[in-house]
Design a protein around this ligand. Sequence first.
Ligand SMILES: [Zn+2]
Length: 134
Amino acid sequence: MNQYPGAPTGIKAPHGAKNFDISWPNGEEHRISNAILRGYCPCAGCQGHGGTISYQAGHDSSLIGIEAVGNYALQLTWGDRHDTGIYTFEYLWKLGELQASLGEEALSSLPALPETILIDGQHLYHHHELVSGL
Ligand SMILES: [Zn+2]
């Protein structure tokens, strides 16, 4: 996995699309499927407080809203109005790298995301709590 290059330079997620396209300052581009993003929603409601992030299948993965959270993350809203997932840019980078190397099927079949991401997951919970407290 390449090193996180900093905040994305562009995001394309047209209404009705099945994928989320994101470009990075190092010139890389990632295509992350919306199903992957939803399945790996990092919020405590989806993941509990166990410290692991695992794929949660069977949820609505139509993306209906994207909002910036400060200058470090995106808040995604799904077709069932689920909107508590705060996706840091670094988390998006890592998901993108994983989908590029493993493919969508294998990525959604992992028992949990690798440990390098778990650390970020724990950060995400903190961010989530911060944002919720505002
Ligand atoms: Zn969630």
